[in-house]
Design a binder for this molecule. Sequence first.
Ligand code: MF3
Ligand code: CO
Length: 249
Amino acid sequence: MAISIKNEQEIALMRESCRLLSQVHKEMELFVRPGISTKEIDIMCDSLIRKMGCIPNFKNYHGYPASVCVSVNDEVVHGIPTKHRVLQEGDIVSLDMGLIYRGYHSDAARTLPVGKITPEAQQLIEVTKQSFFEGIKMAKAGNHLHDISNAIAAYVKPYGYGIVRDLVGHGIGTSLHEDPQIPNFQQIKRGPKLRAGMTLAIEPMINMGRADVEWLDDGWTVVTADGSLSAHYENTVLITDGEPEILTL
Ligand code: MF3
Ligand code: CO
């Protein structure tokens, strides 16, 4: 499928969808603390999104049962909220969520510390976040998709972390997942040319140990194969002829 190019009117709707989502993320950062369950996080996200008059786009997506993916420690992505999983001091937790505003999707993820965490965990969170910003330095019309992937990979490499290969970023618009796929690791092919009006969800997932992941029996939760910690950072980004616009900040 061709990569969709949004016109000004569509871009305005994407901006608003993303602005609302970043507001939900901001509120959730204050909510996350030791003692709350991942289910409570889901209830809170769901109600914040609906209060805005929007729809949580993850809910029922291919049967996904919640409005947010809550992934703790060695869980990479797609952790399913449950009342039995209670956050503990020292955990790291990623909240990945999105919403639909007048037909337009937004998608963003943050990895947050729960109380006081180790310096090693803190570094993993920061490197994952910074790898996104390194990637989008290359997210300009005229560059190719691989420029983003390679910039992320080159930044992470010296840390010796594992870059998840089994899951990738994606185009986004009137669907949550559109073309192109956006890998976070070194690419051989240069991929499609970036053009103004593309909206992309760029989302590095980085493991403290090896890159390999496994799926739990719930069919959703992705965990690191070696049990190491994992972090995730994602924003929806608009490609322009100049600097990219990070819509979910
Ligand atoms: N945020 C995920 C992504 O970036 C989507 C989650 S899939 C769901 O692609 F099923 F959990 F919603
Ligand atoms: Co995404």
